[in-house]
Design a binder for this molecule. Structure first.
Ligand SMILES: Nc1nc2c([nH]c(=O)n2[C@H]2C[C@H](O)[C@@H](COP(=O)(O)OP(=O)(O)OP(=O)(O)O)O2)c(=O)[nH]1
Ligand SMILES: [Mg+2]
Length: 145
């Protein structure tokens, strides 16, 4: 019998950690249908051809939530292989510039503190993002160690 090895497609994802003036972070719940349905995530999506990560994040955030953000400092890049897809998550700190987040392409949006993140179900790759955020403090900036 012929066995074939499945190599999952590799996608680069722009991911936004959007903070508000209270130091809370915006998370959204992925639609029930589709990959990783019902899990919470930081908003973002796949980088298109000839797009910078900053452009990708701004576009995705406008499409998914209807808000304008300023893309700031790079927080962390995570490489993770799921059964169906390999992702490189390029995570940036962002600031809300304009608008109120709407669940346009997701089921729900919420502002939460960094401490509250642990009570939500995220995809596996997010464990490392959340650990990095704890070092940053509650969205307010880098903690001096
Ligand atoms: N946006 C986002 N994606 C994440 C996170 N953690 C994580 O493993 N992922 C994975 C899930 C998906 O496989 C991939 C993001 O792709 P996506 O399906 O949301 O892409 P997209 O917004 O461009 O949506 P689509 O047009 O392809 O439907 O990255 C996260 O915190 N935020
Ligand atoms: Mg998305």
């Amino acid at each position: 019998m012929n066995e074939t090895t499945f190599v999952p497609p590799h996608k680069i994802i722009g991911v936004a950690v959007i903070a508000n003036d209270q130091g809370q972070i915006l998370i959204d719940r992925r639609r029930q249908e589709g990959a990783m349905g019902g899990l919470w995530e930081f908003p973002g999506g796949k980088i298109e051809t000839n797009e910078t990560v900053e452009e990708c994040i701004q576009r995705e955030i406008k499409e998914e939530l209807g808000i304008v953000v300023e893309v700031g400092e790079h927080i962390i890049t995570i490489d993770h292989t799921y059964s169906h897809i390999r992702v490189t998550l390029k995570v940036h700190h962002c600031r809300l510039i304009q608008g109120v987040p709407q669940p346009i392409e997701c089921d729900e949006v919420r502002w939460v503190s960094v401490d509250e993140l642990e009570s939500f179900a995220f995809p596996e790759a997010n464990i490392q993002i959340i650990a990095a955020l704890r070092k940053w403090g509650n969205g307010g900036g880098r903690v001096v160690e």
